[in-house]
Design a protein around this ligand. Sequence first.
Ligand code: SF4
Ligand code: SF4
Length: 448
Amino acid sequence: MNDDFSREFSRALRAAGVVGAGGAGFPAYIKAQSRAEYALANAAECEPLLKKDQMLLEYFPERIFDGLELMMRSTGAGAGIIAVKKKHEKIIKRLEETARNRRNISIGRLGDYYPAGDEQCLVYELTGRVTPMGGLPLDVGCVVNNVETLYNAAAGGKAPVTEKFVTIAGAVKTPCTIKVPVGITYAEAVEIAGGLKVAQAAGIDGGAMMGKVITDFGTVINKASGGLIVLPKNHPLIVRKAQGRAVFARIGRSVCDQCSFCTELCPRYLLGHSVQPHRAMRSLLFAGAGRRIHSEFALLCCECSLCTLYSCPEGLNPKEVCVSGKGDLRDMKINFKNSALNTGKASLPHPVREERKVPVSKLIKRLGLAEYDTDAPYLEHGYKPARVRISLNQHIGVPCSPTVGIGQSVAKGELIGDVPADKLGCPVHASIDGKVSKINDKYVEIES
Ligand code: SF4
Ligand code: SF4
């Protein structure tokens, strides 16, 4: 480990605005400053239909190895592992060829189950270490980065992040994976994918399981976007995911029979953590309309949605009960550290964890997505947007303040928003050449 290198690399990553590209948006410079034994590159990509991580491995393996090597050097990690599903044999062959010329990097093969890409599940699969409850992979010597984050880190922080890889899948004419300027809309990305195949469409931004329903395709793509699943507006998955708290709490209160399937298949429970969604559901009985949900068993939920979209035989929504419960507990100033769950005991994975893994193929059928389960190959395109809207809040931490004014000319890669140096966050940059046409507290708009 080299402290000078780590300092300089972290500073450069921050300046380049490199954030977690797998959905979280966590500033990469914080991870680069940490100390670890293992640096893990996460390409598990277990979200049904999304393929961008596979495409990155297939088309840009050298760059991902470069990013991983830099992260290893910065954190002092003696071993790097690229985590990919073993079903991707062609990609693995290519990775193994690349690994021959690299030191201390190996390929970690994962089964095809959901959620293989959950950080804590990944760490256990690849190292046999269990992240402590309420802790982070770093607590067991692991730093985990999505492969696209490493792709962006590979330039050593010298190239600002201005582009994003996304998969556009589902009810579009040409499902594909594309690299687009940050700040274009999903409507534009759908056009690159050949346009809609249905008249009345909605989308799930970020993946079928963990993503959010959007009905406005004017939603912009940011540095953490993973892709869009387009579906008919009345598809059961869209209807289910759009359910509001009043509805899922009312139905859950009256229908949940406490079978506990939601808990028995919960990936964090199976790691030995005290997540018990059926007990969070039970708390609905005491939380009448408008009352707070008080169940500490919701605190460590990773929001993977498996309980809601796969496990529950009654079609209930324990995930959203956990999410709402976590919010209510936050309001009550209850967190894991001061909760009754914080016993200090080590977690032991469930003895039948292996047998309870949920195959992605079964999940796809359960979600009603089988007809959309196609390839989404990497597509080169020459699309040049007339306008982009760069969100000032694309990361975890403090939102950016604009550093440009209306009418100002900017070049691609130029700084347009920043956060104070002593706050968590990353700057944002122009993704096209043009003139700043609008600024508000949410975004900077640039017209070419
Ligand atoms: S699986 Fe469904 S019915 Fe069973 S305990 Fe969980 S929420 Fe209730
Ligand atoms: S969403 Fe459900 S299955 Fe996933 S971690 Fe939370 S409680 Fe467990």
